[in-house]
Design a protein around this ligand. Structure first.
Ligand code: PGA
Ligand code: ZN
Length: 445
């Protein structure tokens, strides 16, 4: 039973205010969680409530959200069973009463939803991932998911990390147009081995950039290097060079992923590449460009290749590249089951990014995850560019057997806290529960 709910304003990895919530149950068992925050946010995300008082943190304070937790939400939820996540999350949604959680704030709501899970785990003296696994198993009519997701969503599973090496876009001062150039260690046989490869490649890439006269030390919001290169594609080539320099094979050992984050350079009619010249592309041109890249390089995953409203473009992208690459909708789906339903109906994309704060509660996150798995979409559990010492998503990814996780790079402790938590979890879950690159064996090369 929840006895006390308390929120406070704390700060994220960009020094931006965010909300921390503590929930105390009987026997003084307590749980705590901190809410993350994006920079390249989708237009259809649940609403993060900010004070707007420009005299405090440029209007970014969250004291209203804090107050909503400490008063209205605390009054409504005290006495409820912290382990009944579904009822807690439903109560939060009902209390808010809006479609996008704008009244109480999705940040207030998510803080409580996550803290309830932590408190329930503590009260049962279970590690968080085990509590999540119980919730997930009870929530889901797991049955057998269709290929290529059959192995996912079942018993707890260590995820394949998709890791940012070079940052661009809104995370690195728009040095490059595309936001993330990532690696996927598809050939590694355990999470620990995957992480070792990633760290080796990351450091090799830093040296390589410096040797070539680019910025190879300072990092962006997610810990990736932020060099000013001569073209967007040069970033792909440099990452491949770093993989090879480590004695690993691009494609079979380590594949490439992109987060184009194209909503953020789309002007409503054209995609405007500005970092290395001034190019105006339409959807078809962007698809041609991505197809060329997929043919020339071992790229197996493309996130937000097109903008959040460009459904027709997404359909064409999926027709052209859907059997050759994972096409992840981030801004497109915003972890929202209704947007994902539309994507399924239109055959737009084949994968969904799962960010807890885009939708605002644990239970709704589970619902979107389940919908994805039931329909053969690969889910990728993801952090935000604004993160903290909170490691909840690592536990969530393992418990739901989502198969993949995206946390940013392997520099900056708000990232490492999740990678390190996964190392701990691997000791409990076991190496044989590592899906690794098997997820991608369904793709045509
Ligand atoms: P964001 O970036 O947290 O700034 O939205 C992450 C992403 O685009 O995947
Ligand atoms: Zn994204």
């Amino acid at each position: 039973k929840i006895e006390q709910i308390h929120a406070r304003e704390v700060f994220d990895s960009r020094g931006k205010p965010t909300i921390e919530v503590e929930i105390r149950c009987a026997d003084s068992r307590a749980g705590r969680a901190i809410v993350p925050s994006g920079a390249s946010t989708g237009r259809f995300e649940a609403c993060e409530l900010r004070d707007g008082d420009t005299n405090r943190f440029g209007g970014n304070g969250v004291l209203q959200a804090v107050s909503h937790v400490n008063h209205e939400i605390a009054a409504a939820l005290t006495g409820m069973d912290a382990a009944d996540q579904q009822s807690i999350d439903r109560a939060l949604c009902d209390l808010d009463g809006t479609e996008n959680k704008s009244r109480l704030g999705a940040n207030a709501i998510l803080g409580v939803s996550l803290a309830a899970a932590h408190a329930a785990a503590e009260a049962q003296q279970l590690p968080l991932w085990k509590h999540f696994a119980q919730l997930w198993q009870s929530a889901a009519d797991l049955g057998q998911f269709p290929p290529p997701t059959a192995a996912l969503g079942q018993q707890p599973l260590m995820p394949l990390p998709m890791v940012n090496m070079i940052s661009g876009g809104l995370h690195a001062g728009r040095n490059l147009d595309f936001q993330d150039y990532l690696i996927l260690p598809v050939g590694a046989t355990s999470y620990r081995e995957a992480l070792e490869w990633i760290i080796t490649i990351y450091h090799r890439l830093g040296r390589l950039l410096t040797e070539k006269g680019y910025e190879g030390v300072l990092v962006g919001d997610e810990g990736g290097y932020g060099p000013k290169l001569t073209s967007n594609v040069q970033a792909v080539e440099l990452v491949i060079e770093a993989i090879e320099a480590c004695g690993l094979k691009p494609g079979t050992d380590v594949a490439i992923g992109l987060d184009v984050a194209s909503s953020h350079f789309y002007d409503g009619t054209h995609y405007r590449l500005a970092a290395t010249g001034d190019e105006r592309l339409n959807s078809g041109d962007v698809i041609d460009l991505l197809e060329k890249w997929v043919s020339a390089y071992p790229i197996v995953s493309i996130e937000d290749g097109l903008a959040e409203d460009d459904w027709e473009g997404w359909q064409e992208l999926t027709r052209r590249l859907g059997d050759r690459a994972q096409l992840i909708g981030d801004d497109l789906f915003v972890t929202n089951r209704r947007r994902l339903e539309k994507g399924l109906e239109l055959a737009a994309g084949n994968s969904v990014l799962i960010k807890v704060n885009q939708i605002g509660t644990v239970w709704e996150t589970f619902e979107t995850l389940r919908l994805a798995l039931q329909n053969g979409f690969w889910p990728v559990v993801s952090a935000r560019s604004g993160e903290t010492e909170d490691h909840t998503i690592a536990d969530l990814a393992v418990a739901t057997a989502a198969g993949q996780i995206k946390i940013g790079s392997i520099a900056r402790s708000e990232r490492l806290v999740k990678y390190n938590q996964l190392l701990r979890l691997e000791e409990q879950v076991g190496h044989d529960a590592y899906q690794g690159g098997r997820i991608f064996s369904a793709l045509k090369s």
